[in-house]
Design a protein around this ligand. Structure first.
Ligand SMILES: C[S@@+](CC[C@H](N)C(=O)[O-])C[C@H]1O[C@@H](n2cnc3c(N)ncnc32)[C@H](O)[C@@H]1O
Length: 241
């Protein structure tokens, strides 16, 4: 049985040890759909070129880069925060290579104690990170704290399709095939078994939307992407909260 402990040191060490293979596996295991899911999240935030944006759990910075390069509208600056040093190092290398160091910055830190001031951001985003956080309500309260009143939040996280035929086929892929391919390529014993196990423990879309409304956000919209393999949650910080 794979451990689903979300103890921060364990999670950071796991991502650090798969960091070098992380992007390749993301694109391979999602057949390139991960890029589209991030692009959709950025499109929902409808940037106008003026926004300062938090990318929490930035990892290798794919969402941060998308936010400052998207054809649908770009943020002015992104600060990517993560606690895994090796993921951040590769994110920084990517940003340097793309010539974006003046627009994407990095800070090492934990989602439950974001080391940035109150009301600093126009928008916040987190892609495939929140399910790893030991206390997701605390992280959501932190997103609300660092956002300006009326600031918008976009969360991407895995879910499970609900359409009967698709559900069975996807479960087989996600729980049987993906862990094997992930183990083979990442050489990590259980990171890609932890992935489906952690998604199973994550709240349902309805329950997660409820967590957002109980922790400082309103106007929560839940969008199912690719049959519900991924959900996008968009919400607005309650003014005056
Ligand atoms: C699956 S990766 C997602 C990376 C990136 N957002 C993407 O879309 O590819 C999850 C990232 O969240 C980070 N993470 C998980 N829990 C965290 C926490 N409590 N605080 C900071 N970073 C965290 C991990 O270190 C890892 O880099």
């Amino acid at each position: 049985m794979v451990s689903t402990s979300r103890e921060p040191a364990r999670i950071a060490a796991m991502f650090d040890s798969i960091a070098r293979r992380y992007d390749t596996l993301n694109h391979l295991l999602s057949a390139g759909l991960d890029r589209r899911w991030r692009a959709r999240a950025v499109r929902e935030l409808a940037f106008t070129g003026t926004e300062v944006v938090l990318d929490m759990c930035t990892g290798t910075a794919d969402l941060a880069v998308e936010a400052v390069t998207a054809s649908s509208g770009q943020a002015r600056d992104v600060i990517g925060v993560d606690f895994a040093g090796e993921m951040l190092r590769l994110g920084l290398a990517k940003v340097r290579k793309a010539g974006l160091t003046d627009r994407v910055h990095f800070v090492r830190g934990d989602a439950t104690r974001i080391p940035l001031p109150d009301g600093h951001f126009d928008a916040a985003m987190v892609a495939f990170g929140i399910r790893n956080v030991i206390d997701s309500s605390a992280a959501i309260r932190e997103f609300a704290r660092v956002l300006k009143p009326g600031g918008r939040l976009a969360v991407l996280e895995f879910g499970f399709p609900r359409i009967p035929g698709v559900k069975a086929a996807y479960r087989w892929y996600f729980k049987s095939l993906l862990p094997r391919v992930g183990r083979l390529i990442s050489k990590h014993g259980d990171a890609y078994s932890y992935l489906p196990a952690s998604v199973e423990q994550f709240p349902s879309p309805e329950a997660f939307a409820g967590l957002l409304t109980r922790n400082g956000f309103a106007s929560v919209r839940t969008v199912s992407l690719t049959f519900g393999i991924v959900y996008l949650y968009v919400a607005t910080k309650i003014p005056g909260d």
